[in-house]
Design a protein around this ligand. Structure first.
Ligand code: TRP
Ligand code: SF4
Length: 337
């Protein structure tokens, strides 16, 4: 166990899906034994693009934490909290925004992509969300405050977040230079190795694309969704020779969720034309349901005792605020404010 703080957050998008599970959560669970982990729900970040639709925000935040806890994020090992309950993050965000040149955030490619997506959504729905609000422009600065306030040394993220993190390192360096201090270290990204899981339709998995399987889906819903998985498109009949490497979704899910022996068997039978895609996906649905059964049971238990879950979050909020206040004392001194 290294005495380094690890910080990572997820926007409060509601119930998490299998892509989150494979791409992020299993990784977070492992890291708990290696670092002091700070895991938070980025509810302010959620507002940068959805400030006008907050009616589900409370439930969404709770759902994220329920999924984390059910999957094995352990409050005795990690600090679990809501970003908006640690006011020191907002304070640091203001101070960092003073030293951050405009063009650093304006050229952030990930931010540009977010704006593109927002624009295309506006065209679809004729909703009147500004393409770039002041808050959204500050997205990477707020993220820097999240990390720096906890004295984060390691930040597990996906590749799409690397551009933000580069800005964090630049801001940390610039703050140190301006205020002649060595207060901040430059946090290092820790890339998630597992390739991102696609949605059942072969597109990027996401709630808004209606192609995701949720961790908390019941067995019937899961089985139904798995039956929609794209397979080898060149295959019409069961005895056509199949190509697992061209089976765009179903076989990828096997590789993600089944044991290696099963994967080998599926591969052989598919290639030999001894396995129909419908049967293959029925078996896949069962494998996924079996794997998530204990997690789903645990989640249901937690959901029945929401007070206990909020106790855990409140406890985490307090711990996080203590850590953040330690940093902010030094920051206020450095800035002479
Ligand atoms: N921007 C991250 C995402 O969309 C979420 C996030 C916010 C984050 N603050 C962070 C991740 C700080 C790591 C560290 O996935
Ligand atoms: Fe994919 Fe299974 Fe069909 Fe082969 S049999 S193409 S692995 S779904």
């Amino acid at each position: 166990m290294e005495n380094i703080n690890l910080v990572s957050g997820m926007r409060s998008t509601g119930k998490l899906h299998l892509g989150h599970y494979m791409g992020v959560i299993t990784n977070w669970v492992k890291l708990q034994d290696e670092y002091n982990c700070f895991y938070f729900v980025a509810d302010w970040h959620a507002l940068t693009t959805k400030y006008d639709k907050t009616e589900n925000l409370r439930q969404d935040k709770l759902d994220v934490v329920l999924d984390w806890l059910a999957c094995g994020i352990n409050p005795n090992k990690s600090t679990i909290y809501f970003q908006s309950k640690v006011l020191q993050i907002a304070e640091l965000h203001v101070l960092l925004s003073m030293v951050t040149p405009n063009n650093w955030v304006e050229r952030d490619p990930t931010l540009k992509d977010m704006v593109k997506i927002l624009k295309s959504k506006n065209e679809d729905t004729s909703e009147n969300v500004p393409q770039m609000s002041y808050g959204l422009l500050g997205y990477p600065v707020l993220m820097s405050a999240d990390i720096m306030v906890m004295n984060g040394g390691i930040v597990p993220v996906g590749v799409d977040q690397l551009a933000h993190l580069e800005i964090t390192r630049d801001i940390a360096r610039r703050f140190n230079n301006i205020y002649k201090t060595e207060l901040f270290n430059e946090p290092k990204p820790k890339l998630t190795q597992i390739p991102l899981l696609l949605g059942v339709d072969g597109q990027k998995m996401g709630k808004s694309f209606h192609n995701d399987v949720k961790i908390s889906d019941d067995e019937e819903t899961t089985s139904k969704k798995i039956m929609q998985c794209i397979t080898d498109r060149s295959r019409a009949r069961k005895d056509d020779l199949g190509h697992p490497d061209k089976c765009e979704v179903a076989f990828k899910y096997y590789q993600a969720f089944a044991d290696s022996e099963t994967v080998k068997q599926v591969e052989c039978e598919c290639k030999a034309g001894q396995r129909g895609c419908a049967d293959c996906k029925r078996q896949l649905g069962k494998i996924i349901n079996d794997k998530f059964a204990p997690i789903r049971t645990k989640r249901q238990e937690l959901a029945q005792d929401v007070d206990k879950v909020y106790d855990i979050i409140n406890e985490g909020n307090k711990k996080a605020a203590l850590e953040a206040e330690k940093t902010m004392k030094l920051v206020r001194d450095a800035v002479n404010i």
